[in-house]
Design a protein around this ligand. Structure first.
Ligand code: FAD
Length: 544
């Protein structure tokens, strides 16, 4: 891996003596479902500080539509949910983690409903939807397709009301700080527009800073998903896993000028058809489950069909379902389409795939333990093995809640141990000064996202990945040697770092598995039925 990406332990030069200090028992980085659930669990026994780089509504959680997977029906079973998850994970799933998360789903939903999640109901029972690759109806949703928003609002209200939780919005974590003696994480260096740089010292730190969709030009993720979590963890020396595994969602709205808003899988679960520009329903030719095939299959089928028909997109057809039913079940999607004059009762919805869920991340066990002392990771920032090489729809919100609760509790326990002292250490970071020219950051950001979409997207090849490594390496030589003094610059540096890791791992994995499709190696190779784990040293990238 190119040296500019390895050399810097911290993005900034600083002397901790010159910066203001804050102390907390447990520091939680990220205020999506994972961070807030972790904070609420930790706050039972500790003082907790939650940081978010934007305002509280800026997270992937806020956009989640489909729902939360859980076995809630006698006709369904934990074994069936486990089997569906293992089958989707394409040989890389960790069965112990899968059994643990799936096994806790029902009680997790019960707890969320007790806390105030307004889950949709059918008569006296919780209504259950269906999504691709699930063998039963098991998707719990709130206000139709607004599940994430209502879950988040409920967690925010609860966290704000908790006397042991403080929340700092608009507080950007630049780097984790580590103890020079044993490498354990002892907090973070942060930047706040009003208060500037701050050293936040914590007995235990939970990284829940979300995903990486913004690395690709087309994405369903909001603009905050710039892969900060993996880049920050990488610089601190933590192990990462499965960085090549990005799940692409088959159906995001494709209208020039619109953000690539998701058209949930649940729409296909309700019976929507995918048709090409010639009006042909095509999924049956690609998979026996048709529109409900796994996401990677549907995404690749759409790419193949658009190439065949010379089009940029395909269409979702919900006309036969009935406008009333679709409006009731998917009010947000209907509103979104209406904003672009698409009347779902009469018109087709133009869609194409986009980067959606980062399966890879900071290597963690089911409780969120990472390879570094004092550091826990949960939610989309973490890679526990639940999803393996492919994520089963609606298992991710479930994981944020199960893993968030577990690591919050354990982090608070660890913070309470008698030998865990909270002290400020002197840390000096001194990066060489670069005199090179000023940069157009948005140009680099856009160029990076374009090349990642073209060469490290749904269909990948060795030569294209090798070329991309070289180009990102070159950009790094004049971006990574600089110091920026605002989040826009740090985000670009994080995006470049994370992209290079994605490309490196995608290049090394010379096979096709789950979401990782190599046109030059289209078969799954049993020799590759293993995780790719990596970490940084100053000299080299260590891949295990
Ligand atoms: C459109 C869409 C629809 C989805 N639908 C579903 C669904 O139906 N079911 C399902 O299970 N999953 C769904 N997902 C995935 C799911 O929403 C996410 O995986 C999950 O919400 C991630 O939660 P999180 O708490 O880990 O991260 P997020 O919710 O993304 O929260 C990350 C937090 O970290 C903060 N942060 C990031 N970087 C920094 C930094 N440098 N400093 C400080 N703070 C930082 C952010 O501000 C944010 O508060 C969907 C995702 C999208 C985008």
């Amino acid at each position: 891996m190119e040296r500019p990406y390895l050399q810097r332990r911290y993005l900034l030069s600083f002397d901790s003596r010159d910066i203001g200090h804050i102390f907390t028992d447990v520091l939680v980085i990220g205020a999506g479902a994972a961070g807030l659930r972790a904070a609420l669990a930790a706050a039972e026994n500790a003082q907790v500080l939650v940081l978010t780089k934007g305002d509280l509504e800026q997270s992937n959680t806020c956009y989640a539509q489909g729902g939360i997977a859980a076995v809630m029906d006698e006709a369904d079973s934990i074994e069936a949910h486990v089997a569906d998850t293992i089958s989707c994970a394409a040989g890389l799933g960790d069965e112990e983690v899968i059994r643990r998360v799936v096994g806790e789903a029902t009680q997790t939903i019960a707890e969320m409903i007790e806390w105030g999640l307004p889950a949709d109901r059918e008569g006296d029972r919780v209504a259950l939807g269906r999504e691709g690759a699930h063998s039963a109806n098991r998707i719990v949703h709130a206000h139709g397709d607004a599940t994430g928003k209502y879950l988040l609002e409920m967690l925010i209200d609860r966290a704000k009301a908790h006397e042991n939780i403080k929340i700092f919005e608009n507080c950007f974590v630049v780097d984790l700080i580590t103890d020079e003696a044993d490498g354990a994480v002892v907090g973070a260096i942060t930047f706040h527009a009003r208060y500037g740089l701050q050293m936040i010292w914590a007995k235990q730190t939970i990284l829940a800073a979300g995903g990486a969709g913004m690395l690709w030009r087309e994405t369903s993720n909001p603009s905050c998903s710039t892969a900060d979590a993996v880049a920050i963890a990488f610089r601190s020396g933590a192990e990462l896993a499965e960085m090549e595994m990005m799940q692409f969602h088959p159906t995001t709205l494709y209208v020039a000028g619109a953000t690539r808003a998701l058209i949930s899988e649940a729409v296909r679960g309700e019976g929507a058809h995918l048709i090409d520009r010639e009006g042909n329903r095509f999924m049956g030719k690609y998979h026996e489950d048709g529109e409900l095939a796994p996401r990677d299959v549907v995404s690749r089928a759409i790419v193949a069909q658009t190439e065949k028909t010379g089009s940029t997109h395909v269409f979702l057809d919900v006309r036969h379902i009935g406008a009333e039913r679709v409006k009731r079940r998917f009010p947000q999607i209907c509103r979104l389409c209406a904003d672009f004059d698409i009347d779902i009762g009469n018109d087709l919805i133009p869609v194409r795939p986009a980067a959606h869920y980062m399966i890879g991340g900071v290597k963690a066990d089911a409780d969120g333990r990472t390879s570094l002392g004092g550091l826990w990771a949960c939610g989309e920032a973490a890679c526990t093995g639940l999803h393996g090489a492919n994520r089963l729809a609606s298992n991710s919100l479930l994981e944020t809640l199960v893993a968030g609760k577990a690591c919050g509790r354990l982090a608070a326990d660890a913070a309470g141990e008698a030998n865990t002292r909270l002290t400020a250490r002197r840390i000096i970071s001194s990066n060489p000064h670069s005199d090179r020219t000023a940069l157009d950051l948005s140009d680099i950001r856009n160029s990076l996202r374009s090349i990642m979409w073209r060469n490290a997207g749904i269909v990948r090849t060795g030569p294209r990945l090798a070329e991309t490594k070289e180009i990102i390496g070159f950009w790094g030589s004049y971006v990574m040697d600089k110091e920026f003094f605002d989040p826009a610059g740090w985000e670009v540096q994080n995006m470049l770092t994370a992209s290079l890791l994605v490309v490196e791992c995608a290049f090394r994995r010379a096979e096709t598995r789950g979401v990782h499709y190599r046109k030059d190696f289209p078969e799954t190779d049993p020799a590759w039925a293993r995780r790719q784990i990596l970490r940084r040293t100053e000299q080299q990238l260590v891949v295990m």
